[in-house]
Design a protein around this ligand. Structure first.
Ligand code: PHE
Ligand code: ZN
Length: 879
């Protein structure tokens, strides 16, 4: 067992492995409790390694059965094998073949890393360090080898046997056993290894690549679920075509497989030719999945497929370079979705996620750079910073050097580094070359953690006809980084005239400039001429830089931008800013017992947005969605009182329901579907708008309106509308929510993925009884407290989507989370550590809650035998 005394790993200490591996032949005899693994590993001393160094391979929980070098068993004094390490003291100073036999127990593997079983299916998860739980190996991403995998099993237990690459042989054995041999010609790191054995059904399709390669596409699922794969298959084919057309990336094997499993720590995994997915991101039918599920499936199928080039063909030198594959692949999947759906709506959704998940991380004790320089547990670095900010930084680069140079740089990267284990420096060098620019300062986006603050003051001189921007940037200290340097920050801007139209951007000497100003120092002044009247500034259009922005725009200006800005993203942002400002003021008023400010301007802006909403329903749905409680808390920043925020937000929603009620009902009627359900973006947008309107309309708790919501719930012919109606009902005491919950449960009793939605809704009820409800749901016989999806739906939703109840003033919400984390840690440390991350904003709370949160964290910290995963999170949270 690993202990929590992990030593930190540092980027500055990177060294090549002393021994590299050219080929791996694995022979795995699957057995539920005693799987035999024979590995033949061709080893060569690395020319840049330490000559004559002992051979040291990683292990985790391994039992060695036998060991030989070039066919000769090693004498006991020649090596040492512990569960964590295999050391050969005097390995040959030339190429040699190592044969290692290990025995592993998939059934007992509750961490879901290495070889484990999910509903009887054998499957593997090797990223980041799971391969070492299968055999001893230099389990690091810069050791690339060609793998051949032979799998054998009882035919009844595992009629389907899958591996990486292409299938080369199958056959029968004695005693009802059979085998399959898979060969992957592309050298890869061990984290991309996978195998699957089980009794699975599949659906099949085909794809012809642009150079004529015929590829078999298969999705493997539990029997009976074949009918839920069509959408995922279609998304896969669209991803493959799109990657050829937009990035010039073509698939490189004869078969591409996806296997859906019910027990999975993350979303999905890009193993070469054999992606393994959390079944939540594969299975979908109109009656089982919401529009949001369909969109997520499309995005994650694309993401994992795109890794085939950005991640697999070009992999990472070490785990510090994680953003090299993840940030870039998120960037690529965001572009894909933008092309498949609405670019503006996708941008808004991405920024919402960035701000809620990443800005909050950057503002708290778990902040780290996009490329960390030190870690204790790599599993804790699959974060919004690496993924989402990692993608943002690439977007910043694109804005800075322009689309053309960006494309040249990316093409160069894909060509130059194909087959490499690369670094972020390698990547950036391609863009420096393509653009002819020095990107040294840009690199700070990878090195400095924290969200830059940018403030803008404007000055209009009517006599001179000039409009001046005084811009300042600053970056607060973050863990391990007290001093910061100014960053290069590109801000897309526009200046709107009274007619709402963009005016030409002219410098003070009359030169027309493009719509981006770039900061590279702490302060900048930009003066624009030709403005006899004061223009309205639209800045950081499209969220061109991931910053926290303060401007001196007045509320009237924001309302004006919300109506007229030619940049759709900024129309949305203007409304959000208006609402956020109002809600921060109003929650302060709640707290001090003062009078809430009048929401007139906001109400009028919302009314105007509602009036034009049918032109672009998906966009309007975003505009009409108020900032979340967490958004407001983040804006307030310190001494946060979640109850006051909740009260202010609820009061605003009530006011909106009262003043916009008739328009909202009219809109809902006009958006009623005229044809049967289709998950396409246009139809989804109409449903989204109708459901946002429904939620607002019911906000005042009016009994008649809630009854109408209940009727909608019962009449719904698809999961999107059914769940949206249920979500409204559960938010209101006194509605017939218990009836509706029971109806839902009865109908979907046998479908855990659907019940997850039902669990999440209940965990989110903003009432004092919710904690007891969550505890009761957890102890029901059907609740599998070890399944990551169940835990995330119930406990994860409670801790991160229910601010008033997780942050109960009596501290019981915190105690509950601590208790779950401690209990789970011995079984699944990765998921336990992730759940504990819900404390990431604890220092921003008001003193009473802060003290309670700290006490709960300390209780976790004082627990004996913590995993390195939880130890790392709790230590950093308390530091
Ligand atoms: N590499 C996966 C992805 O982003 C995520 C993952 C990480 C899955 C670690 C499992 C374990 O596509
Ligand atoms: Zn990824």
């Amino acid at each position: 067992m690993r202990t929590d005394q992990a030593q930190p790993v540092r980027l500055s200490e990177y060294r090549v492995a002393n021994h590299s591996v050219t080929t791996v032949a694995l022979d795995v005899a699957l057995d539920p409790t005693a799987t035999r693994v024979n590995a033949r590993i061709d080893v060569v001393p690395h020319p840049q390694g330490v000559a004559g160094a002992p051979l040291v391979f990683d292990g985790d929980d391994l039992v060695l059965v036998s060991l030989s070098v070039d066919g000769v068993a090693l004498p006991p004094e020649g090596f040492e094998a512990t569960p964590e390490r295999l050391t050969i003291f005097n390995p040959p100073a030339r190429a040699f073949a190592l044969e290692i036999e290990t025995r592993i127990n998939p059934e007992a593997n509750t961490q879901l890393m290495g070889l484990y079983r999910s509903s009887g299916t054998f499957c593997t998860q090797c990223e980041a360090e799971g391969f070492r739980r299968i055999t001893y190996f230099p389990d690091r991403p810069d050791v690339l080898a060609v793998y051949t995998t032979r799998i054998e099993a009882d035919r009844a237990l595992a009629p389907v046997l899958l591996g990486n690459g292409n299938l080369v042989e199958t056959g029968d054995l004695e005693d009802n056993r059979h085998f399959a041999v898979w060969h992957d010609p592309h050298p890869k790191p061990s984290y991309l290894f996978a195998l699957v054995g089980g009794d699975l059904a599949h659906v099949e399709d085909h794809f012809t690549t642009r150079s004529g390669r015929e590829v078999v596409l298969r999705i493997y699922v539990e029997h009976g679920k074949e009918g839920r794969c069509a959408y995922a298959m279609d998304a896969l084919k669209r991803s493959m075509r799109w990657d050829e057309e937009v990035f010039g990336c073509e698939y490189d094997l004869d078969i591409f497989m996806i296997v859906a499993v019910g027990d999975f720590n993350m979303g999905a995994m890009e193993n070469k030719g054999l992606n393994i997915f959390n079944d939540k991101y594969v299975l979908a039918l109109p009656d089982t999945a919401t529009d949001q599920d369909f969109a997520q499936i499309e995005a994650i199928i694309a993401h994992e497929y795109f890794h085939n080039w950005t991640g697999n063909r070009i992999t990472c030198r070490d785990w510090f370079q994680l953003c090299l594959k993840e940030g870039l692949t998120v960037f690529r999947d965001q572009e894909f979705t933008s092309d498949m759906r609405s670019r503006a709506v996708k941008r808004i959704a991405d920024v919402r996620l960035l701000k809620s998940a990443q800005f909050s991380e950057d503002a708290g004790p778990l902040a780290h750079p996009v490329r960390p320089e030190i870690y204790k547990e790599i599993n804790n670095f699959y974060t919004p910073t690496v993924y989402e900010k990692g993608a943002e930084v690439i977007r910043v680069l694109k804005v800075l050097i322009g689309a053309e140079a960006f494309k040249t740089g990316l093409d160069l990267y894909l060509k130059r580094h194909d087959g490499d284990a690369a670094t972020v420096e390698d990547f950036i060098a391609c863009f420096a070359e393509a653009s002819g620019r020095d990107l040294t300062q840009f690199f700070l986006w990878y090195r400095q953690s924290g969200t830059p603050d940018v403030s803008v003051e404007t000055h209009h001189d009517a006599v001179e006809g000039t409009f001046t921007l005084d811009i300042r940037q600053s970056l607060r200290p973050t863990p391990g980084q007290s001093m910061k340097e100014p960053m290069v920050i590109p801000l897309a801007i526009g200046l709107l005239g009274e007619d709402g139209v963009d005016r030409p951007l002219l410098t003070d000497d009359g030169q027309q400039v493009a719509g981006v100003v770039a900061l590279n120092a702490e302060r900048h002044r930009f003066t624009f001429s030709g403005h006899p009247t004061r223009p309205v500034l639209s800045i950081n259009r499209g969220f061109s830089a991931p910053i926290r922005l303060k401007t001196d725009l007045r509320r009237e200006d924001l309302a004006f931008l919300a109506r007229h800005d030619s940049d759709a993203y900024n129309r949305w942002q203007a409304m959000q800013t208006l609402a956020t400002q109002y809600l921060t003021d109003a929650s302060e008023a709640v707290r001090s017992g003062g009078a809430s400010p009048a929401p007139d301007i906001l109400l009028e802006a919302m009314r105007a947005a509602l009036a034009g909403s049918e032109q672009d329903p998906a966009f309007a749905a975003q505009v009409l969605t108020l900032p979340s409680e967490a958004d407001i808390a983040r804006e307030i920043g310190t001494n946060v009182d979640p109850s006051a925020i909740f009260a202010a937000r609820r009061a605003l929603r009530t006011a909106l329901a009262q003043s916009l009620g008739d328009s909202l009902s009219g809109l809902i009627e006009r958006l009623a579907p005229t044809s049967s359900y289709s998950p396409d973006a246009i139809s989804a947008g109409r449903r989204a708008l109708a459901n946002v309107a429904l939620d607002l309309l019911a906000a005042a708790g009016d009994a008649e309106r809630l009854a109408a919501v209940a009727r909608r719930f019962h009449a719904a012919d698809n999961m999107t509308d059914r769940l949206a109606a249920l979500a409204v009902l559960v938010q209101h005491q006194g509605s017939d929510r218990e009836d509706a919950l029971a109806t839902f449960e009865e109908r979907f009793r046998t479908d855990p993925l659907i019940l997850d939605k039902w669990l999440a809704l209940q965990a989110g009820i903003p009432e004092a009884g919710t904690l007891d409800r969550v505890r009761a749901l957890m102890s029901r016989p059907g609740f599998h407290a070890t399944n990551p999806n169940r835990l995330r739906s119930l406990v994860g939703s409670f801790a991160s989507l229910n601010p008033t109840q997780f942050n109960r003033i009596d501290g019981q919400g915190y105690d509950f989370l601590a208790e779950v984390v401690i209990g789970l840690d011995t079984r699944n440390p990765q998921v336990a550590a992730r759940l504990l991350g819900a404390f990431k904003s604890w220092r921003a709370l008001e003193p009473a809650r802060r003290a309670k949160a700290e006490a709960a964290l300390k209780r976790v910290s004082e627990t004996d035998g913590l995993s390195p995963d939880v130890r790392d999170i709790v230590d950093r949270s308390l530091a």
